[in-house]
Design a protein around this ligand. Structure first.
Ligand SMILES: [Zn+2]
Length: 349
């Protein structure tokens, strides 16, 4: 069985950033005596400056590191600086770009990483992987460790752009088809899915789908979305891979990223769109997913994202090649341009 770790502390509170120092002291005893690196980016300074100032006052041995880019080189530079100056704890404050750099740098430097998200755009929040830029536009998913603590200030996240929260919904919704593909993969390999991990990912999906609060900018909804994204990350940690959260719908997203870089669509929106297609390929009713996506006003017309029928068809045709080691529904149905064209037209209605 895969060995896994859980975050020692998960706080989802209104005003958490105003008492961040008390929370951090609970999460990491003696943190005020330790050398700490606080990682964020320039663009967040207007909103986070006062919180960061207070944090630095109460953590006298802390330094601030502003990332330039979400790249492997940046994470290695940060890790090097932390190793050279004997930093003992790294705190990432920001969105996915900042958090993945801080998470990977903390893993390389072998020190605890504390995650303080300012938005909720995907489930990398609590996951054991970091997605970082390598050469040019290429990006790589790298294994690392889950955060030692996660602190979510509901009020701060409420200020995030609506599109980022919709992306977080899309990444959660995609578990519907990812879990099905995981079972197909297990049957193909004559293995078993890890039931505990499956259950956790399914809980992440259900708690979002069956919640009554449909207003994205409500405290109740932010708490539910945080829980779902954190559960997704934990499901990956327990399984020891991303299968409980990533199936053919994610392969479509990777295919778009690799073959059609000009398409501007968030990760969560692309995988949500992918799920509507995968669901049909899996021979299942997509009505449940469509109802949830509609309730959150998520635009699932591919054309509105610049995805023409030709791009859509080609991206699906090349999706399985993006991760050849994965067995999904794409290995079990024969894709044709006519079939994909028909699905494209359905999505446009
Ligand atoms: Zn994802």
């Amino acid at each position: 069985m895969n060995q896994f770790q859980l975050p020692g502390c998960l706080i989802i509170e209104e005003g958490a950033c105003e008492c961040l120092n008390e929370i951090l002291a609970d999460c990491v005893p003696g943190i005020e005596e330790k050398r700490v690196m606080i990682v964020t980016e320039e663009a967040l300074m207007p909103i986070m400056k006062s919180y960061l100032g207070e944090m630095q006052r109460d953590l006298p041995q802390s330094d601030l590191y502003l990332i330039d880019e979400n790249s492997f080189a940046e994470a290695m530079e940060l890790a090097k600086q932390m190793c050279m100056s004997d930093v003992e704890v790294v705190i990432g404050v920001g969105g996915g770009r900042v958090l993945d750099v801080a998470k990977y740098a903390g893993f390389v430097a072998k020190i605890p990483y504390i995650c303080v998200p300012t938005t909720l755009s995907n489930d990398s929040l609590a996951s054991p992987v970091a997605v970082l830029g390598t050469e040019g536009d290429a990006r790589k998913t790298l294994k690392c460790a889950i955060p030692a603590a996660i602190v979510v200030d509901v009020d701060v996240v409420m200020g995030a752009p609506l599109s980022q929260l919709q992306s977080g919904i899309g990444d959660t919704i995609s578990k519907y088809t990812a879990l099905y593909d995981w079972k197909l993969d297990a049957a193909y390999r004559k293995e078993r899915v890890d039931d505990f991990s499956y259950l956790i990912s399914d809980m992440a999906l259900s708690s979002l789908c069956y919640n009554e609060e449909k207003s994205l900018k409500s405290k109740e909804f932010i708490k539910i979305l945080t829980q779902s994204l954190v559960l997704g990350g934990l499901a990956m940690e327990i399984a020891g891979n991303s299968r409980p959260c990533s199936g053919s719908e994610h392969l479509f997203c990777h295919s778009l990223e690799e073959n059609y870089k000009e398409i501007q669509i968030s990760h969560g929106m692309a995988v949500a769109l992918g799920s509507l297609v995968s669901c049909r390929l899996q021979g299942r009713d997509a009505g449940k997913l469509e109802a949830v996506l509609k309730a959150y006003h998520m635009d699932m017309d591919p054309m509105n994202w610049g995805i023409t029928k030709e791009i859509f068809t080609d991206a699906w045709m090349r999706a399985a090649d993006t991760r050849k080691d994965r067995h999904t529904v794409l290995n079990e149905v024969e894709l044709t341009a006519e079939m994909l064209g028909g699905i494209y037209e359905e999505l446009r209605k």
